[in-house]
Design a protein around this ligand. Sequence first.
Ligand code: GLP
Length: 263
Amino acid sequence: MEVLIFDDPAAVGRAAADRIANLVRTTPDAVLGLATGSSPQATYEALAEDHRAGLDFSRVRGFALDEYVGLSPDDTRRYAHVIHESVTIPLGMDAALVQVPNGDAEDLVAACEEYEAQIASAGGVDLQILGIGSNGHIGFNEPMSSFQSRTRIKTLAPSTRADNARFFDDASAVPTHCLTQGLGTILRARELVLVAQGAGKARAVATALEGPVAARTPASILQWHPRATVILDRAAASELEFTSYYEHAANTPVVTRGRLAGV
Ligand code: GLP
């Protein structure tokens, strides 16, 4: 796992965006896994700058991580709406190529299976963008989610409903259920990029990166992924123990094909 620590949240967004932009430059029809929440917003803003400077996202496919169950079709809190407004439009993506789990399907189980099939028929996710919940969740995979889980219906944890109450009139209006890609789905993405900013994420980040891989901390599965990058600001990194290792690795030339790059 590569851990990069930056002084401010905007630099986190820029660094994550650079990775995504590089992928899209080399693979114009790349498949991106899209996250909602405040964490990736700086990343999307940086990508929108790249788009205004000419980067073409029109052939890029997108699969959102999750969606609430039970919100009315015109509710602006639906992740389908959030993804459309914060990603599809500003990046100039083709809306027909951006999918979100269908939280108001008549048959939610079938909708989950269909979503997995859509991801598979797109060839799988090339790069999955992730935030992290204060309880260590990724997507809406709450603590004690199965590592093998695929897209499914989940009950939201009380702490997640409390965290997300800021978007609703009161905590009781936050949906009780959601559809989310599983941890097994996320692990199959070819690359993971997790972004976190702020002291409120520091404990979850430290537990996920430096604690045991355990179902109680779903984000700890990043330790199992062969190509995972975690991009943090100083506040989100403030409870890490191995900061000097990460900084040393980030500042040491990379060995490629037996040679030191740039030497
Ligand atoms: C939300 C989303 C997650 C997100 C997390 C953190 O509820 N389902 O995908 O990463 O919780 O949200 P935020 O970035 O707003 O702190």
